[in-house]
Design a binder for this molecule. Structure first.
Ligand code: AMP
Length: 327
């Protein structure tokens, strides 16, 4: 399949060529890491990638058999976005691709700690999560604030490049060995300031802004709304947003101005930040640059913005994993 043939209706990917083509015989695919939008993701070793001399551990995303047109479009969409991206410590780096023949591969920076969602949820089983600063293996308030700051830095970078993520959630943020958060999974991304969605795909309803839900409208401000929901996920150690509500109830509620309450253990300043992401008027939501600065200033104080000792596990126990409720 020719890359040039893979165009969306508005021709946004016209210039997709393959300057980052990597020889597949220099890839040694190892175990499967997980299943993604278009197929499996593997751990692999790459020989002489990105100017290095030896082997580098990488993640490889595979597109199996071009099974559906939607999967193939998503793959090339991700590829096009990744090529425009550049590098940032809080965004998963793109290292190359193999698109000469099937199966097509995307070669990405390997991030060893799993998703932010699983990091948060796993921390619940460690009964000793305290509010201690440093030293502890469990998550502290400061760790959580730093996760939020990391994601805000990654998103400020993406938005400065006019890239929309469109599926920002803790499940799509990876955590490195040193606990740095990296924004990942650009299968839903598009470059451009504004984008009206027309394709029928599974929708991350609980993370979606009203204008996306009801008018299919996506801007960097709809990513800001999702960031507010991600903040809520962080504060509740990975609970499913809008606990006890069906997706239909979430849609109706958001439409009528319902917003999630302040978790009791969450500081008002943190909640104010969430609310400012959930303004019904996209123009009045904060910019990612401002969110980044706000979190930076919260990091500078020693105050605990999330009091984990008083987390109400009963209220935030909802940890949906069933596929149809992934979103
Ligand atoms: P995705 O297609 O991005 O949703 O990826 C599916 C799963 O593969 C994720 O939940 C991760 O467990 C894993 N994965 C994806 N990208 C990477 C990466 N860059 N490094 C390590 N694991 C990854």
């Amino acid at each position: 399949m020719e890359l040039d043939n893979v165009l969306t209706s508005d021709g946004a990917y016209e210039d997709v060529k393959a300057p980052s083509e990597f020889p597949r015989n220099q890839l040694d695919i190892k175990e499967e890491l997980g299943q993604g939008e278009f197929g499996s993701v593997y751990k692999a070793e790459a020989w002489k990638i990105s100017g290095t001399s030896g082997t580098t551990v990488v993640a490889v995303k595979e597109l199996k058999g071009m099974s559906t047109a939607a999967a193939s479009t998503a793959f090339f969409r991700e590829l096009a976005v990744l090529k425009l991206l550049g590098t940032h410590p809080n965004v998963v780096s793109f290292l190359g691709c193999c698109t000469d023949t099937e199966p097509f591969y995307l070669v990405l920076e390997y991030v060893s700690g799993g998703s932010l969602q699983s990091t948060l949820r796993t921390s619940r089983t460690q009964q000793t999560y305290g509010n201690l600063h440093g030293g502890s293996k469990s998550l502290s308030s400061r760790d959580l604030t730093r996760f939020a700051w990391d994601v805000a830095k990654g998103m400020a970078f993406l938005s400065s490049k006019k890239i929309l993520h469109r599926d920002l959630a803790t499940r799509n943020v990876l955590v490195s060995a040193d606990r740095t958060c990296k924004v990942s999974d650009f299968g839903f991304s598009r470059e451009g300031d504004e984008y009206e969605r027309t394709a029928k795909t599974r929708l991350p309803v609980r993370w979606m802004a009203p204008e996306s839900l009801f008018h299919r409208k996506y801007t960097t401000k709809t990513d800001v709304w999702a960031f507010g929901v991600l903040l809520w996920e962080i504060v509740t150690l990975g609970a499913t947003p809008y606990p006890g509500m069906s997706k239909r109830e979430v849609m109706d509620g958001v439409h009528q101005g319902y917003r999630m309450d302040k978790p009791k253990h969450c500081d008002q300043k943190f909640y104010t930040l969430m609310l400012s992401c959930w303004n019904a008027d996209p123009a009045r939501r904060l910019e990612f640059r401002k969110i980044r600065r706000t979190l930076e200033s919260l990091m500078e104080t020693e105050h605990d913005y999330i009091n984990l000792a008083s987390l109400d596990e009963n209220t935030y126990q909802s940890l949906q994993t069933a596929t149809d409720e992934k979103y």
